[in-house]
Write a protein that binds this ligand. Structure first.
Ligand code: AMP
Length: 273
């Protein structure tokens, strides 16, 4: 893959890269479509990265409908699919990782302390293999997007990082490969996430700037659903991930909530609310 990409670059082809863990949905496809607009060649990777899962997490159960993914990629005219094996990415003598400091320890990093180190390490490996001109990520995973932007800047990675808006189901639930784990009650209850973010937006539009008040109203709404168990709700600066007391522009209102065994995340970026 590295040789192929290097040869394409020598020919002057621009490469747009979309890293995924497969189980593709319209959220992934929106990244691919943007990459297609911006670049001559599109590379998509499918790799369920073991080092970003903790031992008790869903690495084994993670959906891998590989055969269903292929036609979706073909339909989008993706030029290359890179799907390496874990043993090739992490041979026995693998010893190096990319450390993510404070930004990897807050929000999702509290319950998933090694997750963002695993993400930053695999993304760096993939970037070095593909050598893209631009790489595409989703706002759905806002903390991940912020960390990768920061990493690319901090480590002088010579390409653009583009972050695309969250794609939602018609009823508001953010698309995620993990939504298939939800039973019908949980699926119904999960709608409260986009409703809670909508409530936050309304409160802010009507002049509520106190972050704690907004968070408390969101918590109260989410707690009306029996299957929901709140992990966190936070309002942070979207660039630093530091908590804010007063809600202004470029704040990230983000949450993680468990429905049964399934942990879902969602967020809203404030822009002139
Ligand atoms: P994943 O396969 O879950 O690792 O996601 C691969 C990429 O797709 C990441 O950059 C995600 O942020 C992005 N993504 C996942 N779900 C969505 C969504 N609903 N809307 C937009 N992007 C998404």
């Amino acid at each position: 893959m590295q040789k192929i990409c290097a040869a394409l670059k020598r020919k002057g082809r621009t490469i747009g890269f979309v890293p995924t863990m497969g189980a593709l949905h319209k959220g992934h496809l929106s990244l691919i479509q943007q990459a297609r607009k911006d670049n001559r060649t599109i590379v998509v990777s499918i790799f369920v990265n073991p080092i970003q899962f903790a031992l008790h997490e869903d690495l084994k159960a993670y959906p891998r409908p590989f055969k269903k993914d292929i036609p979706l990629l073909q339909k989008e005219n993706v030029d290359f699919l890179f799907y390496p094996q874990a043993e090739k990415m992490y041979p026995e003598n693998f010893r190096t990782s990319v450390e993510v400091k404070v930004m990897g320890k807050v929000l999702c990093g509290v319950s998933r302390p090694d997750h963002f180190c695993g993400v930053a390490t695999v993304v760096t490996k993939l970037f070095n293999i593909i050598q893209p001109d631009a790489a595409y990520f989703g706002q759905k995973d806002a903390q991940q997007a912020t960390i990768i932007r920061r990493m690319a800047d901090d480590l002088n990675m010579p390409f653009k990082i583009k972050v695309m808006p969250t794609v939602r189901d018609t009823d508001g639930l953010a698309l995620s490969s993990r939504n298939v784990y939800l039973n019908s009650q949980e699926r119904q209850d999960s709608l409260v996430l986009s409703k809670a973010l909508g409530l936050a937006r309304e409160l802010i539009r009507h002049g509520q700037r106190n972050a704690l008040c907004v968070i408390n109203r969101m918590k109260a709404l989410i707690r009306t659903k029996k299957t929901a168990k709140i992990g966190y709700i936070a309002i942070v600066d979207s660039r630093t991930l530091n908590p804010v007391k007063i809600v202004g522009n470029n704040c990230l209102i983000c949450l993680a909530v468990r429905f049964g065994k399934t942990r879902l995340i969602d967020n809203l970026l404030t822009r002139g609310e």
